[in-house]
Design a protein around this ligand. Structure first.
Ligand code: ZN
Length: 164
């Protein structure tokens, strides 16, 4: 909800990228979320690449609404597959002033490499996490604590710098 508040306050200045495949960011009020590992609520045809809203229950024998192939699957990135929207994310990193990683182990690539990519472009970096991630040493600053505390506190500070 804190991130939703930030996105609403700065709709053109915040790019929210998530590895989450659920819709909790959207439920928290964020729109235009970049789901780099896809979304469980969407279906994908492994045959033709068509995408559509997933039914409540999916079966491998379901037919694709576009090509009729029995090749439907959840529209999520599985191990060994390349995450979605990498060019979009790279472009956002290149023009960022600040890169913030929240609640991540720092062990799943390519997302774990974003901090190095940001730093190489001269972008300030901040990690908000319960415990230091595998890449915590690469950040300019690290704030530790439960997400329910550190994220709203950081958002409040960003929206009203006088508080910090
Ligand atoms: Zn298809």
């Amino acid at each position: 909800m804190a991130l939703g508040q930030l996105v609403k306050a700065w709709p053109d200045d915040v790019t929210l990228v998530t590895q989450n495949i659920d819709d909790l960011h959207e439920k928290g009020g964020a729109n235009r979320v970049i789901h780099m590992h896809g979304q469980l609520s969407r279906a994908l045809c492994a045959g033709c690449g068509a995408r559509w809203d997933a039914p409540p229950e999916m079966h491998t024998q379901d037919r694709c609404p576009d090509c009729d192939a029995r090749a439907t699957r959840p529209d999520v990135v599985w191990f060994g597959e390349i995450p979605y929207h990498m060019e979009l994310i790279g472009a956002a990193l290149a023009q960022a002033e600040l890169f913030v990683a929240i609640g991540t182990s720092g062990s799943v690539y390519p997302a774990a490499g974003f901090v190095a990519e940001a730093r190489a472009q001269g972008v300030r970096t901040l990690e908000l996490n319960l415990t230091p991630s595998d890449t915590a040493g690469a950040f300019d600053a690290v704030r530790l604590g439960p997400a329910t505390e550190v994220v709203p506190a950081w958002v409040a500070q960003v929206l009203e710098p006088g508080l910090g």
